[in-house]
Design a protein. Structure first.
Length: 88
């Protein structure tokens, strides 16, 4: 877990248990633009048993917002796939 020092012990309007970080709210494709959003949660704000005392759990998730067609049919063990993953 991460150090909980200075962090709240329970969720609030100022520090919710779940939030989103958006790189560019005005992106031409909106919030769903490729690589524009990270979804975060700190579930230990709700359930303290998820982290040792003095720690929190932080989960960050980047949704796959780029068009699937770019990945369709790719062999996951191929060089092309690995290079595309590096770009992402």
């Amino acid at each position: 877990g991460i150090d909980a020092e200075g962090l709240p012990e329970e969720p609030s309007a100022d520090f919710p248990a779940q939030w989103a970080v958006v790189r560019d709210w005005d992106a031409p494709e909106g919030v769903e633009a490729p690589r524009n959003i990270v979804l975060c949660s700190m579930p230990s704000l709700i359930d303290k048993s998820l982290a040792p005392e003095g720690k929190h759990v932080l989960h960050a998730y980047v949704p796959a917002t780029e068009p699937y067609i770019e990945w369709a049919g790719m062999d996951r063990s191929s060089k092309e796939y690995k290079e595309k993953k590096e770009e992402a």
